[in-house]
Design a protein around this ligand. Sequence first.
Ligand SMILES: Cc1ncc(COP(=O)(O)O)c(C=O)c1O
Length: 323
Amino acid sequence: MPLSCQNQLIATKQRWQLLQHPLLQQKHIQLWISHLDTSLPEVSGNKCLKLKYHLQQVVAENKSGILTFGGAFSNHLAAVAASCNWLGLQSVAYVRTDTLDTANPTLAFCLRMGMQLHALDRTTYRRRSEPAFISQLQSQHPTLLIVPEGGSSEAGVRGVTELDLLNTPDGKANLITTATASGGTLAGLIERHASNILGIAVVKDQSLPTRVKQLLTTDSTNKNWQINMAFTGKGYGQFDETLLQFCRDLARHQLYVEPVYTGKALAGVFSLISSGAIAAGSRLSFFHTGGLQGLKGLFYRERITAADLALLSGNQYSANSMQ
Ligand SMILES: Cc1ncc(COP(=O)(O)O)c(C=O)c1O
């Protein structure tokens, strides 16, 4: 696909889904799920927004592609690999792992997309934002744009500001919610909207509010936003049978989520609804940030069954078609 004839490098389409669920009915709550679809499933959700201006910069500055960082099952790595492949760009990833397991479905996908992978042990990986480390990588890869982990940079935040989560098909939402990990998505939603934005943390990271503030322009730091840290469970990527059961229940109501990001955050939203912390009669909007590819990695590590892989992905993935 020629780059020069595209303004929007990866076309996106917002789609609203009004979740039907007994708890919501009982509390007279409208919960609108905002999906953001692209032709590349791995790039849907917050990924296309966070990558948009990075990709535009690559094209505008005539760079050859993107270098980035992520865990071995990272949605961000899958998204960078897929979008660079689609646009005929190079992609390089430094992966937090001692050895590259090429049977891991996320890494296998990245390799198929032409991504070049390098393993970084945990200690070295911690240096991923240090200026000295970055400039060393930049001198090794002079033609690549370096994008931080999760795509959470000023450019990533700018992309997210383009999403309107306030105006649901049935009127204005009283509360806008999303899963929060590195904070870029939440920062973009805060920049865009005037008030009532709630990030549900899916990582145990006390520095998260500070990191979000660092990504905000000064005008936005005093807006009405919050991060709820009560639903991280045992930490990032950890989930129990109750949370898995919740995800299965949502799948039976035609909403497909995984338990690491969107499922964990929605379980938090449901808990706040049950307790009355979110008032009955509210209209909520929730950003479905994507990430269903992560289900393949959970199945690969035997943390979910083949039946769950199919159910939670809405039959997008199955044990027989793991690639
Ligand atoms: C599916 C999914 N949802 C939510 C998030 C959290 O977004 P952020 O890191 O911008 O807070 C991520 C991480 O990028 C993700 O992969």
